[in-house]
Design a protein around this ligand. Structure first.
Ligand code: HEC
Length: 148
């Protein structure tokens, strides 16, 4: 009887530990834009994987709000003139990892591929850190306030 009690207690404690662990890993899934090492890593990831479409200075492509002849949107800017900062951390992560077509669903077509097969989750958070680190302080603050 005693042994059984302990077994139950152990399961409860382990269960609690798992919940705590998943909470702490959730907390880590925010954009680490104040971590200069992550921002530096992200800058390299951006230059290699994103700048070709989103622009070396995050300026996006010309006429980014209008679909081109193939019915696809050009790449939007990631600076404060775009709407990247209107999206929550987790959504930006998922858009980058899975690609806009997968996130939108319903046969939506996008010029942007998902980077899940190319970049690690950590690299994706780092590139988002680089992007957020380029925003003016008031935009950073508004983004943080809205989504955290
Ligand atoms: C081949 C061109 C291309 C590349 C390379 C590319 N993107 Fe994109 N990206 C786009 C286009 C086009 C869109 C607009 C979404 C759509 O198709 O509706 C977009 C949209 C986004 C969005 C949503 C922005 C918003 O305002 O809604 C994010 C976030 C994003 N890209 C991040 C990245 C990151 C990070 C990289 C590099 C790892 C990257 N993209 C590389 C073309 C590209």
């Amino acid at each position: 009887m005693r042994i059984k009690h302990w077994a139950v207690a152990t399961v409860v404690i382990l269960g609690g530990g798992a919940a705590l662990l998943s909470l702490s890993s959730r907390a880590a899934t925010t954009i680490p834009y104040q971590d200069s090492a992550r921002v530096a890593d992200g800058e390299a990831v951006y230059a290699q994987n994103c700048a070709g479409c989103h622009g070396v200075n995050l300026e996006g492509q010309a006429n980014w709000q209008r679909r081109n002849g193939q019915g696809l949107l050009p790449a939007p800017p990631h600076d404060e003139t775009g709407h990247t900062w209107h999206h929550a951390d987790e959504l930006l992560f998922r858009l980058t990892k899975l690609g806009p077509a997968t996130i939108a669903g319903n046969g939506y077509r996008s010029a942007m591929p998902g980077f899940g097969g190319v970049l690690s989750d950590e690299q994706i958070w780092s590139v988002l850190a680089y992007i957020k680190a380029q925003w003016p302080a008031d935009i950073q603050a508004r983004h943080t306030q809205a989504f955290q």
